[in-house]
Ligand binder design. Structure first.
Ligand code: SAM
Length: 268
């Protein structure tokens, strides 16, 4: 969706006025104040099976996408101190991968609004003996409980489209980043390879909810996830939002035919 399309889609169908107090929850227009509770309900339902579902839905591809993200985060291999904030970090997958890729000075903070997702993450970190280097914090990306300029890098993977006020969260992530720090956002994007687009559409709207029903016992959360991908701004529109939040040298690259994009920006 273009930036204009995104704004137009928030326009009241009868009165033609933009509804600034409304946003999307999948294909539904909902009051801005309702979205977070609806999103929280989705992740409460899927938390236990979240990582398994990622493997099943993406055929394991999410691992390659997250590897690309961790390579871009570029934690130092030396013992130099390096602090990552992984916003909307869920079960801590990106943080754990970053710790494993980095040297002895690498630390990660997972900030997520959902206690169930954080709980699964804490267990995983403890199982791997990494609970002393990964911290889990119950936090809303729109209001991060960290001082300004605290982190060398801030990442958000498949999280930003779930946040009700994307512009507010981008400003917060910019605020907590150190000068010279790197912001990276991995998010679903727009498939624009002829042939693959139709196949992807069919797979997303039919196979993904069916896998959800079989594994989690409910297709609805996965219908939301698929719909929310279609409502997310196109990469160029999102790049504009990043610039508006203060990020410099903004760029993105598409992966897997446009299924996902890795967005990059710097605090300079
Ligand atoms: N980043 C993780 C990953 O890639 O595996 C989890 C991604 S999951 C699709 C989206 C996450 O965003 C969920 O854990 C959800 O609780 C979190 N989330 C949604 N709204 C949020 C908000 N306002 N602040 C922080 N986290 C939020």
């Amino acid at each position: 969706m273009t930036a204009e399309g995104y704004v137009a889609s928030l326009t009241h169908p009868r009165y033609g006025r933009r509804m600034p107090d409304h946003t999307h929850f999948g294909f539904r227009d909902v009051p801005l104040t309702d979205k977070q509770a609806l999103v929280d309900d989705v992740f409460h339902k899927v938390a236990r099976r979240y990582d398994l579902m990622n493997d099943l839905m993406s055929g394991g591809l999410h691992r390659a996408w997250k590897d690309a993200l961790v390579t871009a985060i570029n934690p130092p291999k030396s013992g130099r101190d390096f602090a990552l904030l992984d916003a909307a970090g869920g079960t801590g997958d990106v943080s754990l991968r970053t710790i494993e890729a980095g040297g002895s000075g690498t630390r990660a903070t997972v900030a997520d609004i959902n206690a169930q997702m954080l709980g699964v993450g804490r267990e995983r970190a403890a199982e791997r003996g990494l609970d002393d280097v990964v911290t889990f914090v119950d936090a809303n990306a729109e209001s991060l409980p960290f001082p300004q300029q605290s982190f060398d890098a801030v990442s958000i993977a498949f999280g930003i489209r779930n946040v009700p006020r994307i512009d507010v969260a981008l400003k917060e992530m910019h605020r907590v980043l150190k000068l010279g720090g790197h912001f990276l956002c991995l998010e679903f994007s727009n498939v624009d390879v002829p042939g693959l687009d139709a196949l992807y559409e069919l797979y997303s709207f039919n196979v993904v909810p069916a896998i959800g029903r079989a594994v989690v016992g409910d297709a609805e959360p996965y219908r939301y996830l698929v719909e929310s991908i279609r409502r997310f701004p196109r990469p160029n529109a999102f790049a504009e939002m990043m610039r508006a939040a203060g990020f410099a040298r903004v760029s993105h690259r598409s992966m897997s035919g446009g299924i996902v994009a890795l967005h990059s920006g710097w605090r300079l």
